[in-house]
Design a protein around this ligand. Structure first.
Ligand code: CP
Length: 319
């Protein structure tokens, strides 16, 4: 594996999830693999889970980490090619990516969608530029359109909680929020679910359609109640409008998930990537119920990161 940006970088998803589950059982089995290696973690946005789970994964493999909160601690980056840098930007991304590559064997980058320029976000302008100029493998810690480590952790969590002999129905439901939120987690979950043989349904109000590039053949159901019928797993997430890019469209019905709405599910397990706005996106009663997998998902972030780091180091050792 030379990069980790999306599910397209995974040759066999089932095998990857099984390997991650084995890693979870013996996390220190390859504690010497990363000896002498350095992982750079570059954040243009805040993080709790991604930052700490990836550091922990690296530690389990004997990899040292360097973390840079690029917006707060580094020079302000310029992203335009050929620009005359006579305003407030101090360092071009081409220099930053190249210099960081001098200190690291692998780099992780978090660069959220700005939600102001659809073309820049959809084209992954920042991630692509960084990858173009970095000279070591790049892994995504969430980009403008996708969050692959979250989706891999979600696949691990679902696999661990499957009922025997039953193809699960997985429902991704939109939830309300007070701010404009990027599409990365929802896009990514859809993309990874589309690689499984699970029944996958997305439910959201009209106007909140995700980019069809990621949802592909998923069933879209505008009636949340219908969508939740017989669900085995319910994944809750807010996202802003893609069509009316980055905007919040007002919705008449109450889309917040409650225990009452879960009555018609098949005793569904509850998932959310966190952080969550409690009692806005999801009620406390749902997040704290016995079927909630939210902390298992967070725990599995470590093993998602660890299996990818392991594969990247092993394949680059060979080359
Ligand atoms: N779920 C997730 O990526 O959490 P952080 O934003 O805290 O890293």
């Amino acid at each position: 594996m030379k990069r980790f940006f999306s599910v397209d970088d995974v040759s066999n998803l089932d095998e990857l999830v099984n390997d991650a589950i084995l890693t979870k059982k013996k996390p220190l089995n390859k504690s010497e693999l990363g000896k002498g290696k350095t992982l750079g973690l570059v954040f243009l946005n805040s993080s709790l889970r991604t930052r700490l789970s990836t550091i922990k994964a690296a530690q389990n493999l004997g990899i040292k980490t360097l973390t840079l909160n690029a917006k707060q601690e580094a020079w302000l980056w310029e992203f335009e090619d050929g620009s005359i840098m006579n305003t407030n930007t101090v360092e071009h991304i081409k220099d930053a990516a190249n210099v960081l590559s001098q200190y690291c064997d692998v780099i992780g980058l978090r660069c959220f969608a700005g939600l102001e320029n659809k073309e820049d976000d959809v084209s992954e302008k920042i991630y692509s530029l960084f990858e173009k100029y970095a000279t070591v493998p790049l892994i995504s810690l969430e980009s403008a359109t996708l969050h692959p480590f979250q989706s891999l952790a979600d696949c691990i969590t679902i696999k661990e909680n499957l009922s025997a002999n039953k193809k699960p129905k997985i429902v991704l439901t939109w939830a309300p929020h007070i701010k404009s939120i990027p599409h990365a987690v929802a896009n990514s979950f859809a993309q990874w679910m589309n690689r499984t043989d699970y029944d996958f349904v997305i439910t959201h109000p009209e106007g909140y359609e995700l980019d069809a590039k990621f949802t592909q053949n998923a069933i879209i159901e505008y009636d949340q109640k219908k969508a939740l019928q017989d669900a085995d797993f319910v994944y809750i997430k807010n996202w802003s409008s893609f069509k009316n890019y980055g905007k919040i469209i007002s919705v008449k019905e109450d889309w917040m998930l409650t225990n009452k709405k879960l009555e018609k599910t098949n005793n569904a397990k509850i998932m959310h990537c966190l952080p969550v706005r409690r009692n806005i996106e999801v009620s406390d009663e749902v997040l704290d119920c016995k079927n909630s997998l939210i902390y298992e998902q967070a725990n599995n972030r470590t093993f998602a990161a660890q299996i990818i780091l392991e594969k990247i180091i092993e394949s680059n050792e060979k080359s």
